[in-house]
Design a protein around this ligand. Structure first.
Ligand code: SF4
Length: 705
């Protein structure tokens, strides 16, 4: 504990770590934060917090912060500190030079789920209006892009259906590919409280996480599937519900599209989708699948319909989305919920647990190359005309490049310039060697960040970014809750991120003259129907708002979605055929690697590693089952080499029965561990979300590096 004295005043703001979006009181002495106290009136956290939000904010003033802009001609040159004017002018002239030489589409940009809604909106506006193309993508590409696609296809909107509070009404909680105890601790506490009150728990995860067995917690069913077989499991669960007469017939008849339901029902009823037939693929005993399906549909493991309304809720994470069939699985989850009538009231629903603070917001704000803010396709003439009139430009109707397409185009010679705000793509994207080669092939990379990150090693211009404590704006959490971020100290590097984007736009000849983020939010509200009722005044009045917030829900917005009907009208079932991933074990790579998070660290660790949280977890470890360890002569704590077809890295081993035989597991919080040196280019068929959760590897003892 660092004693900083008594606070003089406090400012309510929002945690910048995970998608729970806890509200905090920053207690201040002058412009120095004395401590962060969870705010009791925060709707997402109700006065609770975790070790990240409460204690790990010191990175904001860490000595590694870069506060002066820098440029260099070649990435082998040393950085040269320059004025803001010179850095911005240089970046703008390089981008225009590249466009003159290689064409308008030769540059693009990446928005960040760490930045505010207003900042994200401005970056995509800069790219569409000033760059003149749609080459904008978001780091959500590598986490929840399948959620956007899958829930959009089935329900008609790309967001979770519930408030966090809704779990207090759940009878059955189904957690799929998520470990909220480590990644969303404050919501996990709410969930665990409900379980202690008697709610039943089903966990689908290859690993025995803290949600399967932990202090005062024991899941009723743990479906410990083989990595990569999610869709086979969801089909088997659906098969039980259809063939044992557990469907919510009245709900389906009233709320869902009949034709698509019939096609789906005929598909899942096929014998090859039975749990017994799927057992050899998934590794999950058929009896466990049958018990879990009955529990989800009826509230009891015997599958007895009691006539009582049972509330079953699904919460899922990156163990669903980061697969070659990530979008298929999201649609499979939506199918299951509709089939059992579990959407549209408290206690039920389909809820993606967003990893980063503003993943939901970055997607809402039009960061995907095919969508303008509010998930409206760029090819839609009416929507495009609206933005063209407001922005005073003509927009291209063609979707731009996704992040992996940018890399491929760079290697092909047609993509030469990148504006990357608040995202360390070298550390966080798969197949580091491929990313590095693509960046090396570009002529101008502008990195805007608070630290000189791994991506900055390939950059030509570095623009200092601002932490959440240095700016105003909003974040949108996993329950669509828009909360204020309030400036508690002046930006260490003169400008907040939104101001830097504005400077760049002006230097490119596209005028932007916002004086405060509230003006940006007013523009977002004017152009985005689901945000039409959002304003800073209303946020200050209510504390937070949940979108859709417009004329039909003018006060606090919409806590529960799809109550009377789905956003798309009738809920649409989609046939979800299991297809084995290309990433298979072979004699050379006989184990499957999967990845996850730990409580005290956050994502690539850029923030938490620079705080006292590092004392609890200062390295990534490889978890390996005792059988696999013994076979290889590996003991707990030994150094091991991990090799995949993409690359190799070295970690220390933890020998544990939490992981099943044939599977190994690691976290990805430390750059020196290089988890993404070994992950491959495999990705989701619909969205290119990388298949981080399945990599065939070999593991062998090595001497300490
Ligand atoms: Fe921050 Fe998430 Fe922890 Fe809340 S649960 S304090 S939002 S990291």
């Amino acid at each position: 504990v660092i004693e900083l004295g008594q606070p003089e005043h406090s400012v309510i703001t929002t945690c910048a770590y995970c998608g729970v979006g806890c509200a905090f009181k920053a207690e201040m002495k002058g412009t120095q934060v004395v401590r962060m106290v969870p705010w009791k009136d925060g709707k997402a956290n109700e006065g609770h917090s975790c070790v990240k939000g409460r204690f790990a904010w010191g990175y904001a003033t860490h000595q590694d912060r870069i506060t002066t802009p820098m440029i260099r001609a070649k990435i082998t040159d040393p950085w040269r500190e320059v004025s803001w004017e010179e850095a911005i002018a240089h970046a703008a002239s390089e981008f225009r030079r590249i466009q003159a030489k290689h064409g308008q589409d030769a540059i693009g940009g990446i928005t960040s789920s760490r930045c505010t809604n207003e900042e994200t909106y401005l970056v995509q506006k800069l790219i569409r209006a000033a760059f003149g193309n749609n080459n904008v993508d978001t780091c959500a590409r590598v986490c929840h892009s399948p959620t956007g696609y899958g829930l959009g296809q089935t329900f008609g909107t790309s967001a979770g259906t519930q408030t966090f509070k809704s779990v207090e009404k759940s009878d059955v909680i189904l957690v799929i590919g998520a470990n909220p105890a480590a990644a969303h601790p404050v919501f996990a506490s709410r969930m665990k409280k409900r379980i202690r009150q008697g709610a039943r728990l089903i966990v689908i995860d290859p690993r025995e996480t803290e949600m399967v067995r932990g202090p005062h917690l024991q899941a009723d069913f743990h479906l410990a599937l083989r990595p990569g077989t999610n869709v086979a499991v969801i089909s088997a669960l659906a098969h039980v519900i259809v063939t044992e007469g557990l469907l919510a017939d009245d709900y389906i008849a009233e709320r869902c599209d009949e034709k698509s339901f019939k096609a789906w029902k005929d598909f899942v009823a096929r014998p090859d989708n039975a749990p017994e037939a799927m057992e050899a693929i998934t590794g999950v005993p058929a009896a466990v699948v049958r018990g879990a399906a009955r529990l989800y549909a009826t509230g009891n493991a015997e599958g007895v319909k009691t006539g009582r309304t049972v509330n079953s809720a699904i919460y899922y994470g990156l163990g669903v989305t980061e697969h070659a069939q990530g979008s298929t699985m999201v649609m499979g989850i939506a199918n299951l919920a509709m089939a059992c009538g579990m959407v549209g009231r408290e206690g039920v629903g389909v809820n993606p647990l967003r990893g980063q603070n503003n993943v939901q917001g970055s997607c809402d704000m039009g960061s995907f190359p095919h969508e303008l803010p509010g998930y409206r396709h760029i090819s839609d003439t009416t929507t495009r005309s609206q933005f063209e009139a407001a922005w005073g430009v003509e927009l291209s109707p063609e979707p731009g490049l996704r992040i992996p397409n940018m890399f491929d185009a760079a290697l092909g010679g047609s993509f030469k310039g990148l504006y990357c705000e608040g995202e360390d793509i070298v550390q966080s994207d798969p197949n580091t060697q491929h990313v590095a080669a693509a960046l090396s092939a570009m002529e101008c990379i502008v990195v805007q960040d608070i630290f000189l990150n791994e991506t900055a090693k390939y950059a030509h211009v570095f623009l200092p970014g601002s932490s959440f404590l240095e700016k105003d704006g909003t974040f949108t959490n996993a329950e669509r809750r828009i909360s204020r971020v309030r400036k508690v100290m002046p930006p260490l590097a003169t400008y907040a991120d939104w101001e830097v984007t504005q400077l760049l736009a002006n230097a490119l000849g596209y005028p932007m003259h916002y004086t405060h983020p509230r003006e940006i939010m007013a523009e977002i509200a004017a152009l985005t129907p689901s945000f039409a009722g959002v304003s800073y005044d209303k946020l200050d009045q209510h504390g937070s708002l949940q979108w859709p917030c417009n004329d039909s829900t003018p006060e606090i917005g919409t806590p529960i979605m799809h109550i009377d009907k789905f956003v798309r009208g009738k809920g649409r079932f989609i046939v979800t055929q299991y297809v084995a991933t290309d990433e298979k074990v072979t004699p050379r790579f006989p184990l499957l690697l999967t990845t996850g998070r730990i409580l005290s660290q956050y994502n690539v660790g850029a923030q938490t590693r620079r705080t006292p949280n590092n004392q609890w977890h200062s390295e990534d470890r490889l978890e390996i089952h005792p059988h696999d360890a013994e076979e290889r002569g590996i003991h707990d704590g030994d150094w091991v080499g991990i090799t995949s077809r993409a690359g190799e890295t070295v970690l220390r081993a933890t020998v544990t029965e939490r992981i099943q035989p044939g599977v190994v597991y690691t976290t990805f919080h430390f750059p020196e561990s290089g988890a993404n040196v070994i992950t491959t280019d495999s990705s989701d068929w619909a969205t290119n979300c990388p298949e981080y959760k399945v990599t065939a590897v070999q593991v062998a003892p090595v001497t300490q590096p």
